[in-house]
Design a protein. Structure first.
Length: 286
């Protein structure tokens, strides 16, 4: 996928806090291809164009076509947009200092797309747009996974009390984006922080990259996604982090005291809505 150009100039105060500064625009053809849930009449700004690295830092290189490169193009709503729940109610006001931006990403009309589900949703959207569709499969517990290829072929899963999955013909073949959304709602009904933690591999701290996530499984647990990483010449790193939450709500970029860049230098990574994540909580989808 082509990479968007980064913002070339920002006011000094905006650079210091990584504050949103890019103008809203109608999605381009490339943006619509990369984010097929968008409507052509939306007004959006990209993650990378909205948040400049802090002074002295530069963005870490990402591979072309990677999840990290795709996340830099994540479409965001206008600055000051509130975080809304699946039922339309406001969860966090637009001036909440813990929220740096809100993604232009539908959350559905049921209480399904929560924290782990939001990470799965974004991963699936990237793989769908990048034509890695055979790789769209997610853990739901006890070693079982739900695979998009079987759903697209018209099969439907039956899931036992022990999360054992059997498939049988149940619909016409359909590999559209609308069918993907229906498939993901089924995944969300079974997946959670515990299955995401157990069904993905742990990543060493030194190998952290955009697209990885911190997860502490439980009922409830929590998970946050690493959206972008910057580094200075001394090797200090900071990251943009994003999350969904309970109840199901808009995916949003986090901030602390208005600053969206979280230090990666400590023994833990602190976020405003959950207890600190230890480095042993860093994971990656295969």
């Amino acid at each position: 996928m082509p990479r968007l150009p980064l913002a070339l100039a920002l006011a000094a105060s905006s650079v210091a806090l990584g504050a949103p500064a890019s103008p809203l625009h109608a999605p381009t053809a490339d943006e619509l291809a990369g984010a097929p849930w968008l409507g052509a009449d939306e007004r959006v700004r990209s993650l990378a164009d909205s948040f400049a690295p802090p002074p002295g830092f530069h963005r870490v290189d990402v591979a072309g076509g990677s999840f990290g490169a795709w996340l830099r193009r994540l479409p965001l709503r206008a600055p000051g947009s509130p975080v809304r729940a699946f039922d339309g109610s406001v969860v966090h006001a637009g001036d909440d200092a813990r929220v740096a931006a809100v993604a232009e990403l539908d959350v559905g009309t049921r209480d399904l797309q929560q924290c782990a589900d939001s990470i799965i949703r974004l991963d699936a959207e990237w793989r769908f747009a990048a034509n890695h569709r055979a790789q769209i499969a997610y853990p739901i517990g006890h070693g079982s996974r739900l695979a998009w290829t079987r759903w697209a072929a018209g099969e439907r899963p039956r899931i036992s009390d022990h999360d054992r999955v059997t498939w049988r013909r149940g619909a016409r073949a359909d590999d559209s984006h609308a069918a993907l959304r229906a498939f993901l709602d089924v995944v969300f009904g079974w997946a959670g922080t515990a299955t995401l933690e157990d069904g993905t591999k742990r990543v060493p701290r030194a190998q952290l990259r955009a697209g990885d996530f911190f997860v502490l499984g439980g009922h409830p647990g929590h998970a946050v996604l690493v959206l972008d990483v910057v580094e200075d010449d001394a090797g200090h790193r900071r990251a943009l982090l994003g999350q969904g939450y309970m109840p199901a709500q808009d995916f949003h970029v986090l901030a602390h005291g208005g600053d969206p860049w979280f230090s990666l230098d400590g023994d833990t990574v602190d976020t405003p809505f959950w207890r600190p994540f230890p480095w042993t909580a860093l994971h990656r989808l295969p």
